[in-house]
Ligand binder design. Structure first.
Ligand SMILES: [Zn+2]
Length: 901
């Protein structure tokens, strides 16, 4: 169209104005501006796993909300050869993509101002396969090369130019051109196929996706084994049968059978719960040979570390359990995260807490033998430990930059979030809660929902209105963990009495830490209590600093202030009430026994009770058949042993642990018996771990060392790890490296050259690095920097290294010159790994200062590192403060009363 002079002037003014606007416009490193919105993508990628790079042609339909001469989007490490913008009338203009921020924020300039309208952006580009398991990346296994992807949180920008934010949900048309013999998969079913004239390439067209955010796009190309699982039959919620497949590196197909068999029931469970059919047209479970996280819930194509899918007769019981649990978590995401997505990363808990909470429900319902209720409670207690720090994040922490996004994937988001969801489920009732969840999903399906939407739905459906909304927000929008102090106060009325319960709240913090702001919560508190042999349960909303509630009973003999362990809080009692509860401990419900044990360890961490109280409480729990309960105080025991014990008192502690647990292990036997269930196997491993690795029982170690020596061929014969009992294989290999020295170390390293069983590789790497030999320790640490150790394996090696007290000084000296080399191998999400490693075992102000000084000038390079360092230093500080506060005297007295035999 020819411009009249008037229109030209107007266009010029608009262009000038917009240029002025650009000059003043800061680069949007957080959210993108609202004036451009993607409507649909067409991704056309040409991928050869044998090459170093891939090529892409991407078209994005974009709605411009106002006249502009540019849009902002994301692109990172992409070489854009050509950019074209086509206006609503079909006229194409050359455009220019310029990177404006190293996090991948780019400006696409049109060269002229376009009015508000729908336009199309098209890019021709190429990019390297990412070396750090981000975006579209490649892994070599022997001579095979596999390409797969990981887009969450913000790595889609490595794969294609995009509006890389969760609030933009659009359909995607994906077309992949790959070498003819390679398997190829994407989010949806294949609908078109063609071959190149020379027959070297094939082009696969996939069905248009449902509206998805960029972070849920995924693909896989390579010589994969693709095996059909059982088709998931139609049911009352879903009209069509659902195809299910397992995908893994060449040769691993048979190992996928077990998890494929489990998946239909899991899908059905969520369909019944949500009354929403599985939202996509197929489900593929892909086991990637290397992967940065555990698994990723891409719509219709979940990608896992292959270790989580590869299950066979040689797998330990823990592998079956993790496989089931992680699969149940990722499948839950297909509704919680994929069907309904969060608009921005500050609400990511809605994805992760939902999936964690839903997985807990599914496991309890489908695999009761896994004791899922205790496992999720263990997760909650771990989150409580993180939440006891002053530097803890809020569940709904504001997100300012990429580091905040990476930090958002932590125990506060997952386990605290899930525990808060469960607490309110308990409060409004399971049926009402399910109605609210169904309502929420139905209303927001294929779109987005945020915390306010969810809270409003539960508040309305439950009829609890603003009271519930306020209570939920008190847990989402402030950090920390409440401590509820409960006190029974019986009021005499004539001959009998009426019981009352006084509840007060404060923030739980470890010894020596104060929160001046004195935060308050609105806490649903459920209690169990006994009066004249009759046990009752009663719930209250504690919404003041201190409140007295009437119990529906006469004077009570004891109270459990967290009935069924459903509340997200710790509790304390006065001495008399605690003694009364202790007398009941063995009769409490298993979950209540676990929070009872937590009340002991948390009181110890507050400096309120001495080590002797913790130690004396161990026998009552040690005889439990539940592995979680039997070992509930072992964490505290290990802390006492590491930080309070001296050469004089340690033997008494070790003898005590043996007296409590060695006979139990003897009863169970060192190896799995035919009828052992999951709990037995888990208990056995817990006891072996404590007795062989912490207490270092000589006889047990000799037996494990002998078994591992035979498997490693040290006394003649070939290496055959199949000789070891899979459940204790990892511990046996560690013991062999520690007790059989260089010969075992060398055999383990040799085995790593050819072993491709991922679970065994993790165990071998952990064994290698667990050496107590200074020279071999250095060798193991250097080994972790070589390509022989895959990126996703790195953490197993170094965490095992610093897990041994003997290695910590060596690690610290090694880290300083090797920090950059290590950091450069790690994905964005793992940049602060070195902080966690360097902090292991530190327990004094001075050692904290040493860490602070060294990391301070480097912290800016470590994505999310500032918060990680603050948390680590706070942990070191509180450990040191408690150690000084407790001193060694009480333990010495205890040791005198518990002589070693
Ligand atoms: Zn998740």
């Amino acid at each position: 169209m020819r411009m009249t002079s008037g229109l030209f002037a107007a266009a010029m003014t608009a262009a000038l104005l917009s240029r002025v606007a650009v000059a003043a416009e800061t680069v949007p490193t957080g959210k993108l501006p609202d004036d451009a919105k993607p409507l649909a993508y067409a991704l056309d990628l040409k991928i050869d796993p044998k090459a170093d790079r891939f090529n892409g042609h991407v078209r994005i339909k974009v709605k411009l909300a106002k006249p502009t001469d540019h849009v902002w989007l994301h692109a990172r490490e992409l070489d854009v050869a050509k950019a074209v913008v086509t206006d609503a009338k079909g006229k194409a203009h050359d455009a220019k993509l310029t990177l404006r921020d190293s996090s991948g924020v780019a400006e696409v300039a049109f060269g002229a101002t376009l009015p508000a309208q729908d336009i199309e952006l098209a890019f021709d580009y190429s990019a390297p396969f990412n070396a750090k398991l981000q975006g579209i990346y490649k892994v070599k296994v022997g001579d095979d090369a596999y390409v797969t992807s990981q887009m969450e949180a913000i790595s889609a920008r490595y794969a294609f130019p995009s509006f890389d934010e969760p609030r933009f949900k659009t359909p995607f048309d994906i077309t992949l051109t790959v070498p003819k013999d390679e398997a190829v998969l994407a989010n949806t079913q294949q609908i078109g196929y063609s071959e190149s004239p020379d027959k070297k390439w094939k082009t696969t067209v996939f069905a248009r996706t449902e509206p998805l955010p960029t972070y849920l796009i995924a693909l896989a190309v390579g010589p994969w084994d693709v095996v059909d699982g059982p088709t998931i039959p139609a049911n009352s919620v879903r009209k069509n049968a659902l195809p299910l497949r397992g995908v893994g590196p060449r040769g691993t197909g048979p190992q996928l059978k077990w998890i494929l068999e489990q998946t239909p029931e899991t899908v059905k469970y969520y369909e019944e719960y949500t009354q929403q059919p599985y939202p996509f047209d197929k489900l593929d479970l892909v086991g990637a040979p290397d992967f940065s996280a555990g698994a990723m819930e891409n719509a219709g194509i979940i990608v896992y570390r292959d270790v989580l899918l590869r299950i066979d007769a040689k797998s330990p019981a823990s592998s079956y359990r993790s496989s089931f649990n992680v699969n149940a978590h990722e499948v839950a995401h297909q509704w919680f995260g994929d069907l309904v997505t969060v608009p921005w990363w500050d609400d990511i808990w809605l994805n992760e807490a939902f999936a964690t909470w839903a997985q807990g429900k599914a496991t309890v319902a489908l695999k009761p033998e896994y004791l899922g209720d205790l496992s999720r409670l263990e997760g909650t207690l771990r989150a409580m430990n993180s939440d006891s720090q002053l530097s803890a994040r809020k569940i709904r922490q504001p997100i300012k930059d990429q580091g905040d996004i990476e930090n958002a994937f932590d125990g506060i988001t997952y386990q605290k979030g899930a525990a808060v969801l469960r607490m309110f489920e308990e409060w409004v009732g399971e049926d009402v809660y399910r109605e609210a969840m169904r309502d929420y999903l139905a209303k927001h399906k294929f779109g987005s929902g945020n915390s306010d939407d969810l809270i409003a739905t539960i508040a309305r459906v439950s009829g609890k209105g603003e009271t519930l909304a306020k209570a939920m927000r008190s847990f989402l929008d402030q950090p920390g963990l409440p401590l509820v102090h409960a006190e029974l106060k019986c009021i005499k009325v004539g001959d009998s009495g009426k019981e009352t319960l006084e509840l007060s709240q404060s923030r739980y913090l470890p010894y020596g830490v104060l929160d001046q702001s004195n935060p308050q919560w609105q806490i649903p508190v459920c209690t169990r209590f006994s009066s004249n042999g009759k046990v009752s349960r009663q719930c209250f909303l504690l919404d003041k600093p201190k409140q007295t509630f009437a119990l529906n009973s006469d004077c009570a003999q004891w109270v459990m202030p967290n009935a069924d362990a459903s509340g997200y809080y710790r509790f304390s009692l006065d001495k008399g009430d605690f003694t009364a509860l202790t007398r009941q401990a063995e009769d409490l419900a298993p979950a209540e026994q676990l929070v009872y044990a937590d009340a002991i360890s948390s009181a110890f961490e507050q400096g309120a009770i001495g080590p002797e109280v913790v130690l004396d409480a161990m026998p009552a729990l040690a005889s439990s058949d539940s592995p979680q309960i039997a070992t509930a105080l072992v964490g505290s025991f290990e802390w006492i042993r590491e930080h309070l014990a001296t050469d004089a008192t340690r033997p008494a502690l070790d003898a005590y642990a043996k007296s409590l647990y060695a006979s139990r292990l003897k009863e169970l036997g060192l190896h799995k018996r035919p009828n052992d269930g999951d709990a037995t196997t888990r208990l056995r491993l817990g006891l072996v771990d404590l007795l062989a690795l912490t207490v270092r029982d000589k006889d047990l170690r000799a037996q494990l060392n002998g078994e591992a020596r035979a498997a490693l061929g040290l006394d003649g014969g070939k290496v055959d790890l199949g000789k070891l009992d899979p459940d204790v294989r990892g511990v046996a290999l560690k013991v062999a490296v520690q007790d059989s020295g260089e010969a075992a170390y060398k055999a383990v390293q040799q085995e790593l050259k050819t072993n491709t069983q991922t679970k065994q590789r993790y165990e071998l790497l952990a064994a290698l690095a667990a050496t107590h030999d200074a020279k071999l320790g250095e060798d193991a640490r250097n080994y972790g920097l070589t390509p022989a150790v895959a990126v996703g394996e790195i953490q197993y090696l170094y965490y095992s290294n610093v897990g041994e007290e003997e290695n910590r000084a060596g690690f610290w000296n090694w880290l300083k010159p090797n920090f950059d080399t290590l950091r450069k191998r790690l994905p964005d999400s793992h940049q602060s790994l070195a902080i966690g490693l360097a902090g292991a075992g530190r327990c004094s102000k001075d050692s904290g200062e040493e860490m602070r000084e060294w990391f301070a000038p480097r912290i800016k390079e470590m994505l999310g590192g500032e918060r990680k360092l603050a948390q680590s230093l706070e942990g070191v500080g509180t450990c040191g403060a408690l150690r000084e506060h407790v001193g060694t005297k009480a333990l010495a007295q205890w040791a005198e009363a518990h002589p070693t035999r």
